[in-house]
Design a protein around this ligand. Structure first.
Ligand code: NDP
Length: 487
């Protein structure tokens, strides 16, 4: 699938030219090549998207859950059937390695559509018997929801937001990140092909102005954002104006804690996956790796050997394991963090340089980078870098590492490696993080909730938990006898 040369907004089941005349280019981060010209949505387009979402909603919420589910599952099948083409498009747009996009990005989106398609018929309220009287709840759709995506997993994020929203009977207006506009539009085409009524899923393109409009528009009931903490705060403040519900999936600076009894090879695998997959551009990455003193040297030796073997290359090459940073700006930001690490006294044991890839000279490829001798106050230990940079910190005791691991404003994820499962559960219970793993890292199947504590977010995506965030309860009390009043 070659990318289209021009992308319009997708409104009411079809592409529509923008009412404005602002355009922007989207580029391949690895080569700098222009992939497509995108039409920026202006207010008239957004109003049209809202109008069409309202019209779609009227039709969609009348269907049974089984009927809605069938359409979502058909869309899942289409996604799976087009995995290869869509994965290539995702690689062009994001710079991530093809082998990852083929294995994860599109297929995890398909899993999500299938999951929520499967449970759509089972979304229901409850019955309460109250003597002779009774009450029941209706689990009703919220209305038109807005989804706003980040650039690291564009298709997966579009699926994670739209599938539960649609399964619950809502309509959605989705804004992909300006840097990665290609695959959300393809998802909209697939939904239409699967039989989704026009207007139930719309894609509006553009920068933060589009996001700001969506978060403040009175006709929108909810906004679900994946993005930075600062953006999350801005979204929440804007949503307060109309008291919209919010789900916020934000940044992190998560700990991986490796005890001296851990299976060290597994722990090294966890640290590698949790820092270098997708060039480190993953919110839940475990970028503060706490290693218990007795195994520090062994850990460093193993992790360095494996990090140095990671193949950096053209993202389209099936052998490539680490691709290009999303943009030059982001590449420079990551390099500035690496410089800060050196300046503040961390010891670089691996990587730390920009790499050159033949045929992709414009791309920002950064070597898998590992710092040790890190202290808790260093910039690289406190701030989210969103690149392939691991900070290794040593610790002595369980109590000490819990306090240090929790010493952050973030609370997205945490991992513990130990053969002592009693300790594993005890430590996880003490950690302030929403998504945790024991003896593995960054596994996020659709069946389990995903989301953060503290400033890493509000609400949960995936699993049955998402249903609560895309429905509201109406309680109905029914008097079965004659009603009397005291006056
Ligand atoms: P940003 O916060 O910069 O952008 C996210 C989205 O919000 C983009 O579509 C952006 O538009 C839009 N946006 C920006 N400002 C506003 C605003 N004021 N109102 C409404 N929308 C706005 O994040 P990035 O795209 O840079 O993604 C990286 C961040 O996302 C990292 O912090 C990462 O941790 C986090 N993330 C969190 C995940 C999670 O599930 N917890 C998963 C993946 C990433 P545009 O880009 O077009 O300007």
């Amino acid at each position: 699938m070659s990318p289209p040369s021009k992308i319009e907004n997708y409104i009411g089941g079809t592409y529509r030219p923008s009412a404005g005349n602002e355009r922007f280019e989207t580029r391949n981060p690895a080569t700098g090549e222009v992939l497509a010209v995108i039409e920026q949505a202006v207010v008239a387009d957004l109003e049209a998207a809202l109008e069409s979402a309202d019209a779609g909603l009227a039709q969609w919420r009348e269907l049974t859950g089984a009927e809605r589910g069938r359409i979502l599952r058909r869309a899942a099948d289409l996604l799976r059937a087009r995995n290869e083409d869509l994965a290539r498009l995702e690689v062009l747009d994001t710079g991530k390695p093809l082998q990852e996009a083929l294995a994860v990005d599109i297929l995890s989106g398909a899993d999500c559509l299938e999951y929520f398609g499967g449970i759509a018929p089972a979304i229901h309220g409850d019955h309460y018997q109250l003597g002779a009287n009774f009450a029941y709840t209706r689990r009703e759709a919220l209305g038109v929801c807005a989804g706003i995506g980040a650039w690291n997993y564009p298709m997966q994020i579009a699926c994670w937001k739209s599938a539960p929203a649609l399964a619950c009977g809502n309509a959605m207006i989705f804004k992909p990140a300006e840097l990665t506009p290609l695959t959300a539009a393809k998802l909209a085409e697939i939904y239409t092909e699967a039989g989704l009524p026009p207007g139930v899923f719309n894609v509006v393109q553009g920068d933060a102005r589009v996001g700001r409009w969506l978060t403040s528009a009175p006709g929108i009931a909810k906004v679900s954002l994946t993005g930075e903490v600062g953006t999350g705060k801005a979204v929440m403040a804007a949503a307060a104006g109309t008291l919209k519900q919010v789900t916020l999936e934000l940044g992190g600076k998560s700990p991986i804690i490796i005890f001296d009894d851990a299976d060290l090879d597994s722990a090294v695998s966890g640290a590698i996956l949790g820092n270098f997959y997708t060039q480190g551009e993953i919110c839940s990455n475990g970028t503060r790796v706490f290693v218990q003193r007795p195994v520090l040297d062994a850990f460093l030796s193993k992790v360095t050997t494996r990090a140095e073997r990671i193949r950096i290359g053209n993202p389209m090459d099936p052998e490539t394991q680490l691709g290009a940073m999303i943009s030059e700006d982001h590449g420079r930001k990551v390099m500035a963090y690496i410089e800060a690490g050196k300046r503040e006294g961390a010891r670089l044991v691996c990587g730390g340089r920009r790499a050159t890839v033949q045929g992709c000279e414009q791309g920002w490829f950064i070597e898998p980078t590992i710092f040790t001798d890190c202290t808790d106050d260093m910039t690289i230990v406190r701030e989210e870098i969103f690149g392939p940079v691991m900070s290794v910190l040593s610790f002595e005791t369980e109590d000490e590492v819990i306090v240090r691991a929790n010493d952050t404003l973030f609370g997205l994820s945490a991992g513990v490696f130990t053969r002592d499962l009693t300790r594993g559960h005890r430590v996880i219970a003490a950690l302030e993080a929403g998504t945790c793993w024991i003896n593995t890292y960054n596994i996020t199947p659709i069946e389990i909730p995903f989301g953060g504590y503290k400033q890493s977010g509000i609400g949960r995506e995936n699993s049955l938990a998402a249903i609560n965030h895309y429905t509201q309860l109406k309680t109905v009390y029914v008097e079965t006898g004659k009603l009397s009043a005291p006056y």
